[in-house]
Write a protein that binds this ligand. Structure first.
Ligand code: SUG
Length: 446
């Protein structure tokens, strides 16, 4: 079966800001309180989407969520008009206001875990929206993400969209950020690697929280109907989480037969690689590209986000291309490593740098901004065409961003009730552009 890998990117939201909300995410902690540039951030994201679209890849768009998210402020006991609620929250619960104003949904790698139809028992593509329970500001994303996925993949004959796992810490699930799929060809059966940072209920008193549980991964494998012989469960190294790798995709990325990872990514590297080789037996020969600590220290990997690159197959190019953050060029050890990587004859033939600095300052590189969805020809035909990037949609979206997004956002601006009004106007217009109907957002249904 022929199939292609599509990238669905989250559009950066109108309230993109540096709230310092994610303990363990060093960029988020370092940039707290800085002035953000939502318009620039959205245009950077769109430019990356355009680049991949022009390279011949299928590029999808996932709409921003409604922010500030008033339903949570209602549940937290705030009453009055919308403007009064914002005002009271700003005064009495500023950290709650920051949480409900976050644009974190833009990191679509955390939106869901996707198993392509060639891996599943019922031959449908399975997607589980992530519950993101570990962080308050992210725990409100799941239901709206499931709605976006339903809109993108409406045909139940081809697609099965699951609700998030139960919203309890035992099932901590951060979506595809801890999931890697290797394969010979996208449309052939693959090996799905599920990485966890902790076990349910296991609280070892570490400095930073591990977000993904083994139990969540096991539940995803059951729901998606995967062949256990082709599944690998792997543990992240705790010391690497403590160094700032809050998701496995900060230290590892894989595509086709290639796994590109840092020496310190996994708790037990030898065992993990052996398990992957065993699961791939008869399907393909995995190519492991391990980056050692003496070439790229973990600290540099985390600040540059080398592994949060997209690893893609570009039509007409024989080897894989690494779409890396511009910061990789500016980190000496990483820049040196990239030169060496492409000079060799391994599976990665080229590195291309993209500027997603607005996202990077909150800990999201090029790979965080996208959700990978392998689509067979029939599935692609069944996917919602209005959520797939074309030159015309790109032009409409850039124009929409320029009309609606603020240039800058300072922390105090979150208390401005106009931000809510502007956001609703913008999202109303967006639902028309993406043909999402007029009841897509909670505020449209109120
Ligand atoms: O969950 N940052 C996100 C970054 C997610 C990156 N995703 C992947 N690695 N796949 C997070 O930590 C920061 C928000 C703030 O501080 O304002 C934030 O949520």
């Amino acid at each position: 079966m022929t199939a292609q890998e599509a990238n669905y990117d989250g559009l950066v939201g109108l309230t993109h800001n540096y709230g310092g909300l994610s303990a363990g995410n060093l960029a988020s902690a370092h940039n707290v309180g800085q002035i953000s540039r939502p318009r620039e951030g959205a245009l950077q994201g769109l430019a990356k989407m355009k680049r991949l679209h022009e390279a011949g890849l299928i590029q999808g768009v996932l709409p921003p969520h409604e922010r500030p998210f008033l339903p949570l402020l209602h549940e937290a006991g705030f009453t009055g008009s919308d403007a009064q609620i914002i005002e009271k929250a700003a005064k009495h619960a500023p950290s709650l206001l920051r949480a409900v104003s976050s644009s974190a949904f833009m990191w679509a790698a955390n939106a869901a875990t996707i198993s392509p139809s060639s891996d599943t028992r019922d031959g449908r593509l399975h997607a589980s929206a992530a519950n993101l329970v570990t962080m308050l500001h992210r725990s409100i994303e799941g239901p709206q993400t499931a709605r976006s996925l339903q809109a993108a993949f409406p045909d139940k004959g081809h697609f099965c969209i699951h609700a998030p796992l139960p919203t309890q810490e035992s099932f901590g699930d951060e979506g595809a950020a801890n999931h890697v799929r290797l394969c010979a060809e996208h449309g052939s059966p693959g090996v799905e690697i599920f990485v966890h940072g902790r076990l349910a209920g296991f609280a070892p008193g570490l400095k930073f929280p591990a977000r993904q549980t083994l139990q969540a991964n096991q539940a995803l494998v059951r729901r998606h109907g995967l062949n256990m012989d082709r599944v690998v469960f792997a543990a992240q190294a705790q010391s690497t989480i403590e160094a700032g790798a809050f998701h496995n995709d900060v230290v590892c990325v894989g595509a086709k037969t290639c796994l590109f990872f840092h020496e310190y990514a996994f708790a037990d590297t030898a065992q993990t690689l052996e398990a992957i080789s065993r699961a791939a037996d008869g399907l393909f020969e995995p190519q492991f590209v391990q980056v050692n600590q003496d070439e790229v220290p973990l600290r540099d990997a985390i600040t540059s986000y080398l592994f949060n690159s997209m690893l893609v197959e570009i039509p007409g190019e024989e080897r894989l291309v690494l779409i890396a953050p511009a910061e990789c060029r500016e980190t000496a050890s990483v820049a040196r490593y990239c030169d060496k990587l492409v000079a060799g004859n391994g599976p990665i033939g080229r590195v291309e740098f993209v500027d997603v600095r607005q996202s990077m300052r909150n800990g999201g590189g090029p790979a965080c901004l996208r959700l990978r969805v392998v689509l067979s020809d029939a599935e692609r035909a069944a996917a919602n065409p209005d959520m797939l990037l074309s030159d015309a949609l790109y032009a409409k979206l850039t124009d929409w961003v320029k009309r609606h997004y603020r240039e800058q956002l300072a922390p105090a601006d979150l208390a401005d009730p106009n931000l809510l009004v502007e956001g609703r106007e913008a999202l109303d217009a967006l639902t028309a552009i993406l043909s999402l109907g007029s009841d897509f957002y909670p505020f449209q249904r109120a």
